[in-house]
Write a protein that binds this ligand. Structure first.
Ligand SMILES: [Zn+2]
Length: 142
């Protein structure tokens, strides 16, 4: 087991399915300031998952649980304040999602009008398929 120092104020994303850590990391990077310490740990042993990834971020920001749930619904989000676990949240596949996925219908209004963010409603949980609020087309998250 690799020893990684704990964080004082920030967020620890735990129980990430091994391999998803980098995806989540890339998604979050535009939300994290350049000078913030971030640790991405990959392929460590997990009782639940066999192998898991962990991300530690020494920063408090509004982490988008919907987006996390879409990428990996195993993730647990730990909020650390003054070196102590303050809150813990389990993510889930979101019922609704806004502005994160793009409608696959090329004629959908959401591609032409910058003022509208399509809202997608969960259609098939197992296949991560969502229905567009504008055109009713089904888009699969991949
Ligand atoms: Zn659409």
């Amino acid at each position: 087991m690799i020893e990684v120092r704990g964080i004082n104020n920030g967020i620890v994303l735990d129980h990430i399915q091994a391999g998803n850590g980098l995806k989540i990391f890339n998604r979050l990077m535009n939300r994290i300031a350049n000078d913030v310490p971030v640790v991405l740990v990959m392929n460590v042993d997990s009782n639940i998952l066999g192998k898991k990834d962990i991300i530690k971020i020494e920063d408090t920001f509004d982490v988008n649980l919907n987006v996390l749930g879409l990428i990996d619904d195993n993730v647990t989000v730990n909020f650390i304040v003054d070196g102590k676990l303050k809150d813990k949240k389990k993510v889930a596949v979101p019922e609704k999602i806004k502005g994160f996925i793009e409608c696959k219908n090329p004629r959908c209004i959401s591609h032409f009008d910058n003022y509208v963010d399509p809202e997608f409603t969960l259609y098939d949980r197992n296949n991560l398929e969502y229905v567009c609020s504008f055109c009713d087309e089904i888009t699969k998250y991949e």
